[in-house]
Design a protein around this ligand. Sequence first.
Ligand SMILES: [Zn+2]
Length: 194
Amino acid sequence: MEFDSHYSGPVRVAVLLVNALTSGEERGRRLVVPVDDDLREAATTALRAAGESTEDLPLLTDTEAEAMVQVAEELAPIFAAAAEADHDGAAERANRLLEHYATQPRLVRHLGQDFWHLHFAGTRDGVAGEWAGACAAALAVVLGSAARDRLGICTAPRCDRAYVDTSHNGSRRFCSTACQNRVKTAAFRARNRN
Ligand SMILES: [Zn+2]
Protein backbone atom coordinates (compact mmCIF):
# COMPACT_ATOMS: atom_id res chain seq x y z
CA MET A 1 0.00 0.00 0.00
CA GLU A 2 1.16 3.50 -0.69
CA PHE A 3 0.08 6.56 1.21
CA ASP A 4 -0.59 9.59 -0.92
CA SER A 5 2.78 9.86 -2.62
CA HIS A 6 3.35 13.42 -1.45
CA TYR A 7 3.22 12.28 2.14
CA SER A 8 5.01 8.97 1.81
CA GLY A 9 8.28 10.87 1.25
CA PRO A 10 8.24 12.77 4.55
CA VAL A 11 6.95 9.65 6.36
CA ARG A 12 9.98 7.77 5.02
CA VAL A 13 12.22 10.64 6.12
CA ALA A 14 10.73 10.53 9.63
CA VAL A 15 11.53 6.81 9.89
CA LEU A 16 15.07 7.31 8.61
CA LEU A 17 15.72 10.26 10.93
CA VAL A 18 14.48 8.37 13.98
CA ASN A 19 16.46 5.27 13.06
CA ALA A 20 19.72 7.04 12.25
CA LEU A 21 19.72 9.87 14.79
CA THR A 22 18.31 8.47 18.04
CA SER A 23 20.37 6.21 20.27
CA GLY A 24 19.16 2.78 21.29
CA GLU A 25 19.50 -0.62 19.72
CA GLU A 26 19.51 -1.66 16.10
CA ARG A 27 19.38 -5.26 14.92
CA GLY A 28 20.84 -6.56 18.18
CA ARG A 29 23.58 -3.97 18.44
CA ARG A 30 23.86 -0.80 20.44
CA LEU A 31 23.36 2.23 18.25
CA VAL A 32 25.22 5.42 19.01
CA VAL A 33 24.22 8.59 17.22
CA PRO A 34 27.01 9.63 14.81
CA VAL A 35 28.88 12.89 15.29
CA ASP A 36 30.58 15.55 13.17
CA ASP A 37 30.84 14.70 9.47
CA ASP A 38 29.18 11.31 9.97
CA LEU A 39 26.20 13.06 11.52
CA ARG A 40 25.96 15.56 8.66
CA GLU A 41 26.11 12.66 6.22
CA ALA A 42 23.49 10.57 8.06
CA ALA A 43 21.04 13.45 8.51
CA THR A 44 21.37 14.57 4.90
CA THR A 45 20.95 11.01 3.61
CA ALA A 46 17.64 10.75 5.47
CA LEU A 47 16.33 13.98 3.94
CA ARG A 48 17.47 13.05 0.44
CA ALA A 49 15.22 9.97 0.65
CA ALA A 50 12.10 12.17 0.59
CA GLY A 51 11.82 12.06 -3.17
CA GLU A 52 13.14 13.29 -6.48
CA SER A 53 13.11 16.92 -5.46
CA THR A 54 15.46 16.30 -2.52
CA GLU A 55 17.90 13.87 -4.13
CA ASP A 56 20.47 16.63 -4.66
CA LEU A 57 19.95 18.33 -1.34
CA PRO A 58 23.27 19.92 -0.26
CA LEU A 59 25.03 18.47 2.77
CA LEU A 60 23.60 19.92 5.99
CA THR A 61 25.83 22.14 8.09
CA ASP A 62 26.94 21.03 11.57
CA THR A 63 24.30 23.21 13.19
CA GLU A 64 21.53 21.94 10.91
CA ALA A 65 22.55 18.32 11.48
CA GLU A 66 22.61 18.85 15.26
CA ALA A 67 19.12 20.34 15.01
CA MET A 68 17.94 17.27 13.08
CA VAL A 69 18.97 15.10 16.06
CA GLN A 70 16.57 17.11 18.19
CA VAL A 71 13.85 16.67 15.55
CA ALA A 72 14.47 12.91 15.44
CA GLU A 73 14.10 12.75 19.23
CA GLU A 74 10.77 14.56 18.94
CA LEU A 75 9.49 12.28 16.18
CA ALA A 76 10.52 9.01 17.88
CA PRO A 77 7.81 9.07 20.59
CA ILE A 78 5.12 9.29 17.89
CA PHE A 79 6.25 5.89 16.55
CA ALA A 80 6.55 4.51 20.09
CA ALA A 81 3.01 5.64 20.94
CA ALA A 82 1.60 4.33 17.66
CA ALA A 83 3.34 0.98 18.23
CA GLU A 84 1.48 0.68 21.56
CA ALA A 85 -1.80 1.61 19.83
CA ASP A 86 -1.76 4.74 21.99
CA HIS A 87 -3.55 6.81 19.35
CA ASP A 88 -4.26 9.66 21.74
CA GLY A 89 -0.61 9.93 22.72
CA ALA A 90 0.58 9.78 19.11
CA ALA A 91 -1.92 12.40 17.98
CA GLU A 92 -1.10 14.68 20.89
CA ARG A 93 2.61 14.57 20.12
CA ALA A 94 2.05 15.15 16.41
CA ASN A 95 -0.18 18.13 17.18
CA ARG A 96 2.41 19.55 19.52
CA LEU A 97 5.06 19.39 16.78
CA LEU A 98 2.73 20.89 14.17
CA GLU A 99 2.12 23.79 16.51
CA HIS A 100 5.67 24.21 17.74
CA TYR A 101 7.12 24.38 14.25
CA ALA A 102 4.24 26.53 12.97
CA THR A 103 3.57 24.09 10.17
CA GLN A 104 1.86 25.61 7.17
CA PRO A 105 0.45 24.22 3.93
CA ARG A 106 1.65 25.62 0.67
CA LEU A 107 1.06 24.66 -2.94
CA VAL A 108 4.34 24.06 -4.71
CA ARG A 109 5.35 23.01 -8.19
CA HIS A 110 8.70 21.35 -8.60
CA LEU A 111 10.96 22.17 -11.50
CA GLY A 112 9.89 20.23 -14.59
CA GLN A 113 6.51 19.24 -13.16
CA ASP A 114 3.32 20.60 -14.63
CA PHE A 115 1.16 20.13 -11.54
CA TRP A 116 0.94 21.72 -8.16
CA HIS A 117 0.78 19.74 -4.98
CA LEU A 118 0.29 20.53 -1.36
CA HIS A 119 3.42 20.70 0.78
CA PHE A 120 3.54 21.13 4.51
CA ALA A 121 6.57 22.64 6.16
CA GLY A 122 7.54 24.13 9.46
CA THR A 123 8.07 27.88 9.30
CA ARG A 124 10.53 28.37 12.13
CA ASP A 125 13.93 27.07 13.22
CA GLY A 126 15.40 26.94 9.71
CA VAL A 127 15.95 23.80 7.69
CA ALA A 128 15.43 21.47 10.66
CA GLY A 129 12.17 23.24 11.50
CA GLU A 130 10.94 22.97 7.91
CA TRP A 131 11.53 19.23 7.97
CA ALA A 132 10.17 18.78 11.45
CA GLY A 133 6.94 20.39 10.27
CA ALA A 134 6.86 18.33 7.08
CA CYS A 135 7.45 15.06 8.94
CA ALA A 136 4.92 15.92 11.65
CA ALA A 137 2.31 16.76 8.99
CA ALA A 138 2.98 13.54 7.08
CA LEU A 139 2.72 11.45 10.26
CA ALA A 140 -0.44 13.38 11.16
CA VAL A 141 -1.95 12.39 7.80
CA VAL A 142 -1.19 8.73 8.60
CA LEU A 143 -2.45 8.99 12.19
CA GLY A 144 -5.65 10.64 11.01
CA SER A 145 -6.40 7.91 8.48
CA ALA A 146 -7.28 4.22 8.42
CA ALA A 147 -3.53 3.61 8.18
CA ARG A 148 -3.02 4.77 11.78
CA ASP A 149 -1.64 1.39 12.86
CA ARG A 150 1.01 1.35 10.15
CA LEU A 151 3.62 3.13 12.26
CA GLY A 152 5.55 0.83 14.54
CA ILE A 153 8.66 -0.14 16.46
CA CYS A 154 10.61 -3.30 15.64
CA THR A 155 9.47 -6.22 17.81
CA ALA A 156 12.74 -8.17 17.50
CA PRO A 157 14.81 -8.51 20.69
CA ARG A 158 17.45 -5.83 21.15
CA CYS A 159 16.06 -3.57 18.48
CA ASP A 160 13.99 -0.44 18.91
CA ARG A 161 14.09 1.04 15.44
CA ALA A 162 10.96 2.47 13.82
CA TYR A 163 9.19 1.39 10.66
CA VAL A 164 6.25 2.29 8.50
CA ASP A 165 4.31 -0.70 7.29
CA THR A 166 3.49 -0.32 3.61
CA SER A 167 2.78 -4.02 3.11
CA HIS A 168 -0.48 -5.01 1.48
CA ASN A 169 -1.94 -6.75 4.53
CA GLY A 170 -0.31 -4.68 7.27
CA SER A 171 1.67 -7.63 8.62
CA ARG A 172 4.99 -5.92 9.22
CA ARG A 173 6.54 -6.34 12.68
CA PHE A 174 10.21 -5.67 12.13
CA CYS A 175 12.43 -2.76 11.10
CA SER A 176 14.26 -4.84 8.53
CA THR A 177 14.59 -8.28 7.00
CA ALA A 178 17.74 -8.60 9.13
CA CYS A 179 15.63 -8.46 12.30
CA GLN A 180 12.95 -10.69 10.81
CA ASN A 181 15.63 -13.29 10.04
CA ARG A 182 17.17 -12.98 13.50
CA VAL A 183 13.82 -13.80 15.08
CA LYS A 184 13.15 -16.67 12.65
CA THR A 185 16.57 -18.18 13.29
CA ALA A 186 16.12 -17.93 17.07
CA ALA A 187 12.70 -19.60 16.86
CA PHE A 188 14.14 -22.36 14.67
CA ARG A 189 16.98 -23.01 17.14
CA ALA A 190 14.58 -23.02 20.08
CA ARG A 191 12.44 -25.64 18.31
CA ASN A 192 15.41 -27.85 17.52
CA ARG A 193 16.65 -27.75 21.09
CA ASN A 194 13.53 -29.59 22.24
ZN1 LIG B 1 14.83 -4.29 14.16
